[in-house]
Design a protein around this ligand. Sequence first.
Ligand code: SF4
Ligand code: SF4
Length: 151
Amino acid sequence: MPTYVNPQKCDGCKALDKPACSYICPNDLMILDVAMGKAYNQEPDQCWECYSCVKTCPQSAIAMRGYSDVMPLGATLTPMRGTESIMWTVQFRDKRVKRFKFPIRSTPWGSIDPYAEMGEPPAGELGKPNLAGEDRWLGVDELAVPERSLA
Ligand code: SF4
Ligand code: SF4
C-alpha cells in the first residue's frame, strides 16, 4: 500500500539541499509543495512500496498503511532508522501503539564496498545504456540491444 506524508511532521527538509524523500524515490513520486513547504506523494497508485522514502525521512513524517495480514485496516506503520537497527512503530485505530526493533546489518558500519567486484568500466561503456554489471548478473556475455526504428 502506498505511502503518505503527515504534514504536521514534515518540515520540507529545509535543512537539506533537497527533500530526502524526493531525492530517494525511484519513481519520482515524492514532490515538495513549495508554497506549503510540505512534501506529498503525487501519484499513490504508482507507488512501488519500496519504502525508501519512509526509511530515509529525517522527521519520520512518512507512514504507510500495511496489509491487513500484517496489521488491521486503518493502522499505520512508521520506521525510525538507526545505524544498527530499525524500530517499526504500529499505531492501531484504537490508539494502541506497538514497537518492533530489528537489526538492519550484520557487518560493521562503513565496511561494505558495493563496487569492490566491479572494477573500472572499459572505455566506451559509459556511453551505453546498460546498468553497471548488468550482463554479469544476468549471466550473459552481452546484453541484447533493441533495434531502433528510424521511421
Ligand atoms: S523527507 Fe520527510 S521531512 Fe523531508 S520533505 Fe520528505 S516527508 Fe518532508
Ligand atoms: S515507497 Fe518507494 S516508490 Fe513509493 S513513494 Fe516511497 S520511495 Fe517512492
